[in-house]
Design a binder for this molecule. Structure first.
Ligand SMILES: Cc1ncc(COP(=O)(O)O)c(C=O)c1O
Length: 416
């Protein structure tokens, strides 16, 4: 007899970047070189000094790098995070308010596992980071999307948020800043209004800020400073210093709820990876090195962003706002694609197969962005970004000539 399983996991969808990466892997094995404009993957490694520190530490004949660690992370790392937050944003937290976790995704999982009950309503932006749609379904919470439109610079509408609150049902507002997929920074006035709403209605603000140090214009708003009793802040070291494969992140918020999140985190992974904790502690404790690395990374990413914006601006009818932070350019292709009777998913699929350029269709981020594509700029060099967008233009031209009928897409399964 075949054993059964919990059908609740059927709501989970594969991340679109994973779907793309599977095809890219196959293409690479065939010897093909794919231009990667699809992933939020840093294009530069952590500073050489910390890598050298690690290579020395690896020579030690001890268990230091390999042992279990405290579930919420090494105390020395949590202290370094406390000091880092103070210096970056004037955030005043103590070590018992910080839980280190196994990457940004794990911060989302253990936080939502802690604060949500089935049937809770959760306000989030449309578009937003695709992982949230998945997790809300998994926790049987009801997503209440609020459209953050391109013509408003993707800023959330405070009135719309207020109107969608149902007393006793709405549990949280999820906000990402700097945003994935749009790169917008939350306006300070909007953040202040959200903080007031959260306090007035007794809601959590789950504030996802893994790109907080990657800001090209403007300033990052530290939501915790505005609503310290209502904010749970999620962070990752995947983008800065750039160790996405090593899986490290952290959460901070009111001490009483962090105690519970720590238990959820312990139940999932027991402890975050020790070697990544050691490396990040060295990075955060070396303040000058940290400052230099952020400046260096920002300079490189900003140049890549500017090249991407310049190239995309040559596509007639493509609409976008220049992202102030993070790693992405969200482009509305409606005017370009409608006359071709092509959707973004088909465009992404053909671009990958025929032109060897990977990007993501906007439908994975929300219903309002079905006519969008998301382009990431940190991974590739400026020359390859130029080439990637040139190939996109070339494909659009070919599609114009073909006047294609509709064709079913098989690479991506719609996530929403
Ligand atoms: C907004 C946002 N939250 C969470 C994550 C997940 O972070 P991690 O890659 O560390 O799991 C990402 C990753 O891209 C992200 O963009």
């Amino acid at each position: 007899m075949k054993p059964s399983y919990n059908v609740d996991v059927d709501v989970l969808r594969e991340s679109p970047t994973r779907a793309v990466n599977r095809v890219v892997e196959r293409l690479k094995r065939e010897g093909k070189d794919v231009i990667m404009l699809s992933t939020g993957e840093p294009g530069i490694p952590p500073p050489l000094e910390v890598r050298l520190w690690l290579s020395e530490a690896l020579k030690e004949d001890s268990m230091r790098l390999y042992s279990y660690t405290p579930s919420p992370g090494f105390l020395s790392l949590r202290e370094a995070i406390v000091d880092d937050l103070k210096e970056l944003g004037g955030v005043d937290v103590s070590v018992d308010q910080v839980v280190v976790a196994t990457g940004g995704q794990a911060t989302m999982f253990s936080t939502l596992a802690t604060i949500l009950s089935p049937g809770d309503e959760v306000i989030l932006m449309d578009p937003t980071y695709f992982g949230y749609w998945n997790l809300l379904s998994y926790f049987k919470a009801e997503p209440k999307p609020i459209v953050a439109s391109l013509d408003k610079g993707f800023q959330p509408g405070v009135e719309a948020i207020k109107e969608s609150i149902v007393k006793g049902k709405t549990r949280a507002i999820i906000m990402v800043s700097p945003d994935n997929p749009t790169g917008r920074l939350l306006d300070f006035d909007v953040a202040r209004s959200l903080a007031e709403i959260a306090v007035d209605y007794g809601l959590w603000i789950v504030y996802d800020e893994p790109y907080k140090t990657l800001i090209y214009e403007g300033e990052h708003v530290y939501m915790y400073n505005l609503a310290p009793e209502n904010t749970i802040s999620l962070n990752a070291f995947s983008k800065d210093p750039g160790i996405p494969g090593w899986r490290l992140g952290y959460i901070y918020g009111p001490a009483w709820v962090m105690k519970k999140i720590a238990l959820a985190s312990e139940a999932i992974t027991y402890n975050p990876p020790s070697v990544a904790q050691h490396l990040v502690t060295v990075y955060l404790r070396n303040r000058e090195l940290r400052r230099r690395h952020i400046e260096y990374a920002k300079r490189i990413y900003m140049e890549r962003r500017d090249v991407m914006v310049e190239e995309v601006s040559k596509i007639e009818g493509a609409k976008y706002v220049k992202p102030g932070g993070a790693m992405f350019l969200m482009v509305d292709m409606k005017e370009v694609l409608e006359p071709l009777k092509v959707d973004c998913t088909l465009l992404a699929e053909r671009l990958l197969r025929e032109k060897l350029v990977a990007l993501l269709p906007g439908e994975f981020f929300g219903k309002s962005t079905k006519t969008f594509i998301r382009l990431s700029f940190p991974t590739e060099t400026p020359e390859r970004i130029r080439e990637g967008i040139r190939r996109l233009g070339e494909l659009l031209e070919e599609m114009g000539k073909e006047s294609l009928g509709k064709k079913e897409s098989s690479l991506f399964e719609a996530s929403l």
